[in-house]
Write a protein that binds this ligand. Structure first.
Ligand code: NAD
Length: 262
């Protein structure tokens, strides 16, 4: 049962902050939107899946949270500009953003492809959504942010190491880590912190289609010995968006059950 959120609006790690979450209709983004509301934030849930974000936003609103659902395609500059404009119109400010929306190899019809076998449209689609989408969101978010704001970009362990048969995904996620570090330096003196999180294998619809042998191999290589829950990844994003992480910027934090340590 969802707790009544009205009581948390004046308390909690994100009390009073306006927080934007992209990819909020599913998986890690949905978990982050729920957690942000629970921590007292006013939450903007954005996704290309309009009924999906509407449903979660309605549920959160019934629990007492102040929310706004926005339809967006993060790979489309005009759509991203309109998303941020609706946040500014509804709440007059933006304190934190979790640029989480992304796609996997299945959506680009590239499961099992070696780097050289990727089709050009698969490559471009992956980079458009998973890297350019993050940059577009940051560009428009930063324009309305003030000192004290925080951005969290979704990378992956594929932003830290190479993953087999996923060269375009790996390139995009390494790009997110590089973008995060460079932008963090650009905006440190303006008081805007920018970090990336790098999850390992997480139980979400994105990984639900993985074959049993692939899942078993991923678990076997993960020292903690299981997939993460979406909530465990969301918790890291919440902390990075909160003032508790005030001295952290330009970091790419592995939340991977020890995968990249092994
Ligand atoms: P998911 O498929 O459950 O959710 C992704 C959400 O992003 C969906 O609601 C989808 O509609 C939305 N989305 C996709 N393209 C979009 C676009 N162009 N514009 C707007 N919204 C769009 O997946 P998830 O596992 O929750 O993944 C979220 C993020 O976490 C992704 O960036 C993914 O690469 C990353 N990640 C996931 C895992 C994992 O194991 N699940 C591991 C590391 C990183």
């Amino acid at each position: 049962m969802t707790p009544n959120l009205r009581s948390t609006a004046t308390a909690g790690l994100l009390a009073g902050k306006v927080v934007l979450v992209t990819g909020a209709a599913s998986g890690i983004g949905a978990a982050a939107a729920r957690a942000a509301a629970h921590e007292g934030a006013k939450v903007v849930l954005a996704d290309r899946n309009a009924p999906g974000v509407e449903e979660i936003a309605t549920h959160l609103a019934k629990s007492g949270a102040e929310v706004l659902a926005v339809t967006v395609d993060v790979s489309d500059a005009q759509s991203v500009a309109a998303m941020v404009a609706s946040v500014a119109k509804a709440f007059g400010r933006l304190d934190a953003a979790f640029n989480n929306a992304g796609i996997g190899t299945l959506e680009t019809r590239a499961v099992g492809n070696r780097a050289g076998d990727l089709e050009e449209d698969s490559w471009r689609r992956m980079l458009d959504v998973n890297l350019t989408g993050v940059w577009l969101c940051m560009k428009h978010e930063i324009a309305v942010m003030a000192r004290g704001a925080a951005i969290v970009n979704m990378a992956s362990i594929a932003g830290l190491i190479g993953l087999p048969r996923a060269a375009h995904y790996t390139a995009a996620k390494h790009g997110v880590v590089g973008l995060t570090k460079a932008a963090a330096i650009d905006y440190a003196d303006l008081g805007i912190r920018i970090n990336a999180i790098c999850p390992g294998f997480v139980e979400t619809p994105l990984t639900a289609t993985s074959k049993a042998e692939k899942r078993a191999a991923s678990v076997a290589k993960t020292p903690i010995g299981r997939y993460a829950t979406a909530e465990e990844i969301a918790a890291q994003a919440i902390w990075l968006m909160s003032d508790r992480s005030g001295y952290v910027t330009g970091a790419a934090i592995a939340v991977d059950g020890g995968y990249t340590a092994a």
